[in-house]
Design a protein around this ligand. Structure first.
Ligand code: BES
Ligand code: ZN
Ligand code: ZN
Length: 481
C-alpha cells in the first residue's frame, strides 16, 4: 500500500472512495456534502463513528479535533472499515490544526498501522485490496504549507509504520515457531538489509561470561538461549544509545507456573526485544546521526526436570547473588545479565524495555507503558516522546522505602518484592540494582506489559501485538540529538 501526495484539487483526483473527517459539531464543513444522509443515519459526530456510503463513494469518519493523534486514530478506523472491500484507491484532503507536516505524518501512520492484519496462519488469508491512498495538498485551512516537506513526512511515516508492523508480525508469531534461534535468524536477516552489525552469543558464551541468571531461566527449555547484539554506527554519530530488550519467546511462569488464562498470550513476552529490533531498523533507515545498539536476551521460561526453582540462588554476570522466590519473575533475571553485558562499553543513555509486570497494568491501566528510573528528567523526556509519537506512557516514581522490599536473607537480593503493592516499581528497582553507579543517571526502564498485546483493537492498534515502544523510542532517539 502506497501513500501519495498530489497537488491536484481533491475533486479532480480519481479514486474509488473519498474519506472525509467530520470534526465534532461541524457538519457544515465544506467537505461534508451528505449532511442529510448523515442526519438520517443518525451519524454521531464523534471519534470512533464511521459511515460508508458506497454508492456515493464517500466514507465519513467522526473525529474530535484535528490534532495528530486524533487524525492517526481516524485514519486507522477508516482503514479497518474498508479493509475487506474491493476498493483499491482512496483519496483524502490534507487535515491538520496548526502543523501540516505533523498532520500528514500522523494520518499516514494511521493508514499504514490501521491496515495491519495478521493473516500468516490462515489458509485463506484476507486480502487488503487498497493499493494507493492519495492525499491532496489542496489547502482548506489557509495556513502555510511546505509541500516538499510533506512528502518527506510520508516517507518517515512509512519507515516507522513498517517497523511497527514488522514487530507486530514477530510478536504475533506462535512461540513454537518463534524460538530464540529463529529470533536470531530474523535479526540476522534484518541486520543485513539495514546495514547493522550483529553478534550472537549462544549458551557457551553466556556461560563464559558468567550469566547465571539468564542461563537459569533458560535451563528447562529445549531451545538454547541467544543474546543478540545489533549495532547501528553511522560515521557522524553524535550520541550513543544502548537499548536492552526482554526477549522471552514464551513465559510459562516456570515452576511457579502460570494458570491457563494468565499463560495465554505469553508469546508476547518478547515484545520489548521485538520493539528494539524495530527501533534500530527504523533509526538506520531514517539515517539518524546517533549510534544505537540493541541487546536482546532471548529465551523461553519453561518447566521440566531441569527447571530452576524457587529457593535457588543465582549469580549474575556482575557477581551479585539473587534468591529466586518466584520463577515467574524471570524477565528481570534475563535483563539483569543483559544490562551487565550492555555496560561493558561507554554510552550516553541506556534504556531497557520489557513486558515485565502485570502490576504495571494495575498501576496505569492496560494501554499505558510505565516509565521508571533514577533520572527524573530522562523519564520526563521519554514521556514527552511518547505523547508526540501517539503512544501512552506514565511515570511510576521510585522512592527510598521500596528497595528494602527486595532484601534477601541469604543472597544479595531477592527476585520479588516482599509486598504485593508497587510490583512494577520494585521490578524496576531490581533492574536498577544491576546498573553501575556511574550509569544510574543514564538509565531508564519501560514496562510495556499493558500495551504490547490486546485481544481487541484499540486506536491504531489491531487485535494481538501492537508494536508498543517502537514509535515512542524512535521519537525519543530523535529528540536526544
Ligand atoms: N511476563 C510477565 C509479565 C506480564 C504479565 C506481561 C501480563 C504481560 C501481561 C512476567 O514475567 C511475570 O510473570 N511477572 C510477574 C511478576 C511476579 C511474579 C512478581 C507478574 O507480573 O505477575
Ligand atoms: Zn513471568
Ligand atoms: Zn515474563
Amino acid at each position: 500500500m502506497k501513500i501519495k501526495l498530489s497537488d491536484k484539487k481533491l475533486k479532480d483526483i480519481k479514486g474509488d472512495c473519498e474519506i472525509i473527517f467530520v470534526v465534532s459539531k461541524n457538519l457544515e464543513h465544506k467537505l461534508v456534502c451528505d449532511e442529510k444522509v448523515l442526519n438520517e443515519m443518525n451519524f454521531k459526530v464523534e471519534a470512533d463513528e464511521v459511515l460508508l456510503l458506497p454508492e456515493k463513494k464517500r466514507m465519513y469518519v467522526g473525529i474530535d479535533d484535528l490534532e495528530p493523534e486524533s487524525l492517526r486514530c481516524a485514519a486507522a478506523l477508516a482503514m479497518r472499515t474498508i479493509a475487506k472491500s474491493k476498493i483499491t484507491v482512496l483519496k483524502i484532503a490534507l487535515y491538520f490544526t496548526n502543523d501540516a507536516e505533523k498532520g500528514i505524518k500522523a494520518m499516514s501512520e494511521g493508514f499504514l498501522l490501521g491496515a495491519y492484519n495478521y493473516q500468516k496462519y490462515k489458509s485463506k488469508p484476507a486480502k487488503n485490496n487498497i493499493k494507493q491512498i492519495i492525499i491532496s495538498s489542496e489547502n482548506y485551512y489557509n495556513k502555510k504549507i511546505e509541500i516538499k516537506n510533506l512528502a518527506k513526512k510520508i516517507k518517515e511515516a512509512e519507515i516507522i509504520s513498517r517497523s511497527v508492523n514488522f514487530v507486530r508480525d514477530i510478536v504475533n508469531e506462535p512461540p513454537s515457531d518463534l524460538t530464540p534461534l529463529k529470533f536470531s535468524e530474523i535479526a540476522k536477516k534484518e541486520a543485513k538489509e539495514n546495514n547493522l552489525t550483529i553478534k550472537i552469543l549462544g549458551k557457551k558464551e553466556l556461560e563464559k561470561l558468567g550469566m547465571g541468571a539468564f542461563l537459569a531461566v533458560n535451563r528447562a527449555s529445549i531451545y538454547p538461549p541467544q543474546l543478540i547484539h545489533l549495532k547501528y554506527k553511522p560515521k557522524n554519530a553524535k550520541k550513543k544509545i544502548v537499548l536492552v530488550g526482554k526477549g522471552l519467546t514464551y513465559d510459562t511462569g516456570g515452576l511457579s507456573l502460570k494458570l491457563g488464562d494468565g499463560m495465554l498470550t505469553m508469546k508476547m513476552d518478547m515484545g520489548g526485544a521485538g520493539a528494539i529490533l524495530g527501533v534500530i531498523m527504523a533509526i538506520s533507515q531514517l539515517k539518524l546521526p546517533v549510534e544505537v545498539q540493541a541487546i536482546i536476551g532471548a529465551t523461553e521460561n519453561a518447566i521440566g526436570k531441569d527447571a530452576y526453582k524457587p529457593d535457588d540462588v543465582l549469580k549474575a554476570m556482575n557477581g551479585k547473588t539473587i534468591e529466586v522466590k518466584n520463577t515467574d519473575a524471570e524477565g528481570r533475571l534475563v535483563l539483569a545479565d543483559c544490562l551487565c553485558y550492555a555496560q561493558k562499553e561507554k554510552f550516553d543513555y541506556i534504556v531497557d524495555i520489557a513486558t515485565l509486570t502485570g502490576a504495571s497494568m494495575v498501576a496505569l491501566g492496560e494501554y499505558t507503558s510505565a516509565v521508571m528510573g533514577f533520572n527524573q528528567d530522562l523519564s520526563y523526556e521519554i514521556l514527552k516522546s511518547a505523547k508526540k509519537s501517539g503512544e501512552l506512557a506514565g511515570i511510576l516514581p521510585f522512592n527510598k522505602y521500596l528497595p528494602k522490599l527486595l532484601k534477601s536473607d541469604i543472597a544479595d537480593i531477592s527476585n520479588i518484592s516482599a509486598s504485593r503493592y508497587g510490583g512494577a516499581i520494585t521490578a524496576g528497582l531490581f533492574l536498577g540494582e544491576f546498573i553501575e553507579n556511574k550509569n544510574k543517571q543514564k538509565w531508564a526502564h519501560i514496562d510495556i506489559a499493558g500495551p504490547a498485546f490486546k485481544d481487541k483493537s484499540w486506536g491504531v492498534n489491531p487485535v494481538g501485538a501492537s508494536g508498543a515502544g517502537v514509535r515512542l523510542l524512535v521519537e525519543w532517539v530523535r529528540g536526544v540529538l
